[in-house]
Write a protein that binds this ligand. Structure first.
Ligand SMILES: Nc1ncnc2c1ncn2[C@@H]1O[C@H](COP(=O)(O)OP(=O)(O)OP(=O)(O)O)[C@@H](O)[C@H]1O
Length: 301
């Protein structure tokens, strides 16, 4: 197994009496894309800012490339950051922006290569203020990867972009990861995590409520059985196992379960015994979004 690039152990961060991060542990190994997901205010940005060395922990330990990210030996040159707010100058062209950054970056790629890497060769002479939101995000990523970092922090890289630009930026992150870069990603777009990340941790109220490989997290309720009950029929007694969850919205019933085929079978049996017909039976793999909503609901109730 490859070396951990990030190690987080029992991390806590308090702001006065409020605990924003409450005993979080995870690690990220070399070459993997790890997604930190969670509800608003869950503690994702606080965690990532501690890993970037901008904030110090109240308790616990954090190591990036084996070093304290806020310490004297912090491995800054090995880390690329794409923050939620970028600080680009509108009057500079894309090439001028990269050139300016090259002066402060050790071992910077040549400007043309940095632009080509993110697919901006055609916009080299375009002023930042004339660039689209997606192009600016790509330029942010070009700057973050200019010094060929081994680790890239991406804090909500596609928030605020239209769907097409989101796809382009997503493809770019996928390509960087395929090239061997380790990536820690926070995002509100679960399909983005599902597409890019090998492992995920889902945070809620400062804690990690579940983490693992995408298939392990999805495996919590890996199957989804949906169907409609006829009007006036109560869902009472539906075959829902202890680890399954049932959501009823009007006549629509959804069961998240690890064993969708057997649950679907039992639902049909349940209906037959009662002499009713369920319609629109749909059995498939649950999406991360469905699992996430299920977990968020479980945690808040
Ligand atoms: N400097 C601060 N002082 C007091 N509370 C803070 C401070 N910074 C963050 N918080 C609180 O800590 C909690 C976690 O915030 P954080 O920004 O880490 O969440 P997040 O998961 O990134 O949320 P979002 O998805 O909304 O960006 C929030 O309740 C926030 O209000």
């Amino acid at each position: 197994m490859s070396e951990p690039v990030i190690e987080v152990s029992e991390l806590r961060k308090r702001y006065g009496r409020f605990t924003a991060v409450d005993g979080v542990s995870f690690d990220v190994r070399e070459g993997e894309v790890f997604a930190l997901l969670g509800t608003n205010g869950a503690g994702k940005t606080t965690t990532i800012e501690i890993l970037e060395g901008y904030l110090t922990p109240s308790e616990g330990t954090v190591r990036v490339f084996g070093q304290d990210p806020a310490g004297r030996h912090a491995p800054r040159s090995r880390i690329g950051l794409v923050l939620q707010e970028s600080g680009l100058f509108g009057d500079l062209s894309a090439a001028e922006t990269v050139t300016a950054w090259s002066r402060f970056t050790t071992g910077a790629r040549p400007v043309a290569e940095a632009l080509a890497l993110v697919g901006l060769s055609g916009q080299a002479g375009t002023r930042v203020k004339r660039m689209s939101g997606g192009e600016r995000r790509k330029l942010d990523i070009a700057l973050a990867t200019l010094g060929r970092p081994g680790l890239l922090f991406l804090d909500e890289p596609t928030t605020g972009l239209d769907p097409e630009a989101r796809h382009r930026v997503r493809d770019l992150v996928g390509e960087l990861a395929a090239g061997g870069m380790t990536v820690l990603l926070t995002t509100h777009y679960l399909e983005e995590a599902q597409e890019l990340a090998g492992r995920v941790a889902i945070m809620d109220k400062g804690r990690i409520v579940t983490q693992g490989t995408m298939s392990e997290v999805l495996g919590r309720g890996s199957g989804r059985v949906a169907f409609e009950l006829p009007g006036g029929v109560s869902p009472e007694g539906l075959p829902v196992g202890e680890r399954d969850t049932l959501t009823v919205t009007g006549r629509q019933c959804v069961i998240l379960t690890a064993e969708p085929e057997s649950v679907a079978h039992s639902v049909l049996g349940w209906a037959q015994v009662r002499g009713v017909r369920v319609s629109g039976l749909d059995v498939r793999q649950a999406t991360l979004e469905e699992v996430f909503l299920d977990i968020a609901q479980e945690v808040t109730t």
